[in-house]
Design a protein around this ligand. Structure first.
Ligand code: AMP
Length: 436
């Protein structure tokens, strides 16, 4: 299957070739012909599957086909959950539409509204927006959605998670009923189905990977470690394995800031990205990370959602997310579009429940091990049925022996010790053997 089999126009095909894409990804192969036929779409696809091009390429073609001259009106509206994703989608629209006489704009919060008003007044064909800011424009009467022909809900599950349902409903009431609607979502959970049931017309269903399945291109591993030593272990891994670009997830914004500062003290260039940072700071951090002038980007789930960083090789879960689906989203930052990636989780005794929830969701056993010198004092049995108390290693004479400070220059100073899936009770021969 090649792009030229999908029915795209020559101008769009040229843009695809310029990007160096040779074959359509599975979501593109299925979605592009359906969108060109004018069908509504309900597509299950995560970031990294090529979904942005899957809706942008045929959307551009349909706009060109239906162009009628006259003043520019918003004819395609793309809603995304975050500012970063909105900016990235607009970048894709620009790149793929570089040969076409179409104008686009992105409107999102955290930046001044006036330049957006001016851009809208000058006229755009394609508007990429976050729901909150778009609602603001609707309230002010600075945007007219009455000529929208195609509407895309990108990462719809995330938009609902973020509480955007009322804003989305308001926006959907402002666009014509006769339109084409494309809904992309990583999961097809109940609320997404309800949304689709209300706003889509006989949608074509496309699912490229089983919802919640983790991508095979990502090697996953779990290191058990005490909470207090996570930062030290992370610095050690980055330094000893010579990782040049790593995205690290924390659960809280403060945690992200604190970790970025501690890593910087360890001599690792790091930046934090989360919802409390100004738009300027977030854009700068992302740019520095992409250009590899910053080695570690510490992010919260919301901020990282949809980030598109080419060939990101490493993702670290510094803390496991509360929602197991977020684990899948996080590790989806790596192993994209044909590249391999590695996702490591640093897990402490307090995180046994989150660990088990993830394990249940992805239904493949995660390899659990420890790193020499960082064996936890307090741990849990990854195979234990939920409800039983976690194993606690005794203090005092059970201290881990190898407790050297890691050197960042050393290449392979310590091995990673693979741990049997059954860890045994404390005091059992196996546990004693491990402590020795
Ligand atoms: P997305 O899932 O839209 O975030 O895309 C993930 C990455 O895949 C982006 O960096 C795209 O540039 C890239 N990509 C999209 N389509 C293709 C393709 N057909 N061949 C190679 N790379 C692609």
């Amino acid at each position: 299957m090649s792009f030229s089999d999908l029915g795209l126009s020559a101008a769009v095909l040229r843009a695809v070739t310029e990007q160096g894409y040779e074959t359509p990804t599975p979501i593109q192969a299925q979605a592009i012909p359906a969108v060109l036929r004018g069908k509504d779409l309900m597509a299950g696809a995560q970031t990294g599957t090529g979904k942005t091009a899957a809706f942008t390429l045929p959307l551009l073609d349909r706009l060109i086909e239906g162009a009628q001259g006259g003043p520019r009106r918003v004819r395609a509206l793309i809603l995304t959950p975050t500012r970063e994703l909105a900016a990235q989608v607009q970048d894709s629209v620009r790149v793929y539409g570089s040969q076409l006489p179409l104008r686009s704009a992105a409107v999102f919060g955290g930046v001044g509204i006036q330049p957006q008003i001016s851009a809208l007044r000058r006229g755009v064909d394609i508007l990429v927006a976050t729901p909150g800011r778009l609602q603001d424009h609707l309230d002010r009467g600075t945007v007219d959605l009455s000529k929208v022909e195609i509407m895309v809900l990108d990462e719809a599950d995330r938009m609902l998670d973020m509480g955007f349902l009322p804003a989305i409903e308001r926006i959907l009431r402002s666009v014509p009923e006769r339109r084409q609607t494309l809904l992309f979502s990583a999961t097809f959970a109940g609320p997404i189905r309800q949304l689709a049931g209300r706003f889509l017309r006989e949608p074509e269903m496309i699912e490229v990977a089983r919802a919640n399945a983790t991508t095979e291109a990502v090697t996953q591993a779990v290191y058990l470690v005490d909470h207090a030593r996570k930062r030290e272990l992370l610095s050690y891994l980055i330094g000893s394995r010579n990782w040049r670009q790593v995205l690290v997830f924390t659960r809280t914004k403060r945690g992200a800031d604190r970790l970025a500062m501690s890593l910087a003290k360890d001599g690792l260039s790091a930046a934090a990205i989360h919802g409390d940072k100004s738009q300027g700071a977030r854009t700068r951090a992302l740019k520095d990370f992409k250009q590899q002038s910053v080695r570690v980007l510490v992010a919260t789930d919301v901020a990282a959602r949809g980030l598109d960083i080419d060939r990101l090789p490493y993702v670290v879960n510094y803390e496991l997310p509360d929602t197991p689906e977020d684990y899948v989203h996080r590790i989806g930052r790596t192993g994209r579009a044909g590249e391999r990636g590695e996702a490591l989780s640093l897990v402490c005794a307090d995180e046994s429940e989150q660990f088990r929830a993830i394990q249940r969701l992805i239904s493949i056993p995660l390899p659990v091990s420890t790193v020499d010198g960082f064996e936890p004092e307090s741990s849990f049995d990854p195979n234990r049925a939920p409800g039983k108390p976690a194993a606690k290693r005794g203090a005092g004479n059970n201290k881990v022996v190898a407790r050297r400070r890691p050197s960042q220059d050393s290449q392979h100073p310590r091995g990673e010790r693979s741990r049997p899936q059954t860890t045994g009770k404390p005091g059992s021969p196996r546990a004693r053997q491990r402590r020795a």
